[in-house]
Design a protein around this ligand. Structure first.
Ligand code: NAP
Length: 285
């Protein structure tokens, strides 16, 4: 952790409500220390009713930028002057960068984080080769679906307990996105190249989504966005079938990389093992 900030220090941070559980300060400050930067990454928990005032106060030059997490990602996008295609399509921003002229630039690094995690843990996976099944239709699912559409997935099938939410997501994201309820799942898994749990199921050690992963092709990749615990029940089922798996912690770590680059102007140091640090923090190391 940086303890020798000067008056020229670069300050970034993360805001959410709650923010106490966030691992982003741990990760970014480890990278800052590893590079010996005159910088810091600070957690903020703004009052939910006064989020806009909080952001407007910061973009006057107080800090370089900010990651944004639940429940502010949609409101963050609405405050931005410019936004990346992905942030617009996802309808949410997890990164705001404050420009010297006071304007706000929005981006979404959750999507690139998801794709990078798949490339790290399932090398050679081709997102354009086969349909993707996304379980869930909340904020995380929407970011994932937008990313997959922009990356060229031939079809993204959104399955959700509340069908109307999946249908709304499909309608918003174009004709390569289809919606179905859980009853339709068996037929939709049979030719899937990638299956992603983007529901909250499995968090804290409970059972994951009800999906018979034995129906997926033998070379399908199974991913879980949940990372507490690291080896969720969903991933354990996939591993027992011999499927390649991708965990939610890798996604979290990978979305932090472009955020760090945008805030501090350089890549994280290769010699700092942020995954090992996060695993120890989660009690998994
Ligand atoms: P959210 O907006 O609240 O959406 C929750 C989703 O889970 C909805 O689709 C909801 O279905 C479904 N769900 C909840 N309880 C269910 C149940 N008992 N049975 C079936 N479906 C259920 O949450 P979110 O922001 O999308 O986050 C989803 C998960 O992704 C969380 O666990 C979050 O921690 C994780 N996440 C991880 C990362 C990462 O970097 N690894 C990033 C973002 C999010 P209904 O629509 O029917 O309610």
């Amino acid at each position: 952790m940086t303890s020798t900030l000067t008056g020229a220090a670069t300050i970034g941070g993360v805001c959410g409500a709650p923010i106490r559980h966030s691992m982003s300060p741990l990760i970014h400050n480890a990278w800052i220390a590893g590079l010996g930067l005159d910088a810091a990454y600070v957690p903020f928990a703004p009052d939910e009713a006064r989020f806009e005032a909080f952001i407007n106060g910061l973009c006057g030059g107080a800090i370089r930028g900010l990651n944004v997490t639940i429940p502010f990602k949609e409101r963050a996008l609405a405050l931005a002057d410019t936004a990346s295609d992905l942030a617009r399509l996802a309808g949410a921003a997890n990164l705001l960068v404050f420009q010297p002229d006071g304007s706000i630039q929005a981006d979404n690094t959750d999507g690139p984080g998801l794709l990078a995690a798949v490339q790290v843990q399932a090398p050679g996976f081709d997102v354009t080769a086969a349909p993707v099944v996304v379980l869930g239709a909340g904020g995380a699912a929407r970011g994932a679906v937008a990313t997959l559409v922009l990356a060229g997935a031939p079809e993204v099938r959104v399955i959700n307990r509340t069908l109307a939410r999946a249908e709304a997501l499909a309608k918003a994201l174009g004709d390569r996105v289809t919606a179905a309820d859980e009853m339709a799942l068996p037929a939709l898994l049979a030719d899937a190249g990638l299956v992603i749990n983007a529901t909250a199921l499995g968090l804290g050690g409970g059972p994951g989504p009800v999906a018979d992963l034995a129906l997926t092709p033998a070379d399908a990749v199974i991913m879980d966005m949940v990372y507490k615990p690291l080896r969720t029940e969903f991933l354990q089922r996939a591993q027992a079938l011999g499927r390649r798996t991708v965990d939610g912690l890798e996604m979290l770590l990978r979305q932090a990389v472009p955020s760090f680059e945008a805030l501090y102007g350089q890549a994280p140091p290769a010699h700092v093992d942020a995954r090992a640090l996060a695993l120890r923090h989660l009690g998994e190391g």
